[in-house]
Design a protein around this ligand. Sequence first.
Ligand SMILES: [Zn+2]
Length: 253
Amino acid sequence: MPAPARDADPVRRLAGAVAAMDLVDLTHPLAAGMPVWPGHPHFCQTVVASLARGDASGFHALALGEHTGTHFDAPAHFIPAGRPINEVPVGHFLGRMVTLPARDLAPDSVVEPATLHAWEAAHGPIAAGDAVFFHFGWDRFWDADPAAFLAGWPGLSRAASEFLVARGVRIVGSDCLSIDRFGSTDYAAHRTLLGAGVLIGENFARLGALPPVCYLAALPLPIAGGSGAPLRALALVARAGAGKPVRQSRAGP
Ligand SMILES: [Zn+2]
């Protein structure tokens, strides 16, 4: 039997399409001293066995929270009968991503629907199934000033959250510690989004490197009953011209 033509082989087509795109790592490395929500456990990595001290192999033990580092919140985080992260179908973690620049927002303030309307007027409608991320520029504090990272961050209003739920999006996220602004006591964005089965992405990195539309692959650990989970997130970005080097993970926003 003759081999199928290259264009008829979906795996080769996919591999070719991915190879023709820039890859942007949207994940903060898991490391001691990284910022965490006050009261949540700090990331802790301890040597169990070590090549340097003569053990046959080397490895660490880890301690961390479900919301440590770059992660998703699952509905179970705020909704009593909500899905835990391990019960979210894996297809939920792949798909189109739109990124809205929101660096000019004042600390402690919230995105309102006007920002979403303006983005749609410029780039077309936010579609059902999209992942929608807000680049507040907050990841610039992650390494440089963890105390600044942990206070004053902006978020999403209830009305903006309801707008995105009405659009049928599957994920909403930002580069801040929470999708609700610093000091929120009603967690309106969390309750609105998670109540509609929309995952929340928090502590994402390098959103400022993304164009308005790209493709997101963000895979959380399948923690049984987990209220959320750390993940590795990769954006696939269409390359303007051929032959540009692949952008690798690097420090800083
Ligand atoms: Zn969280």
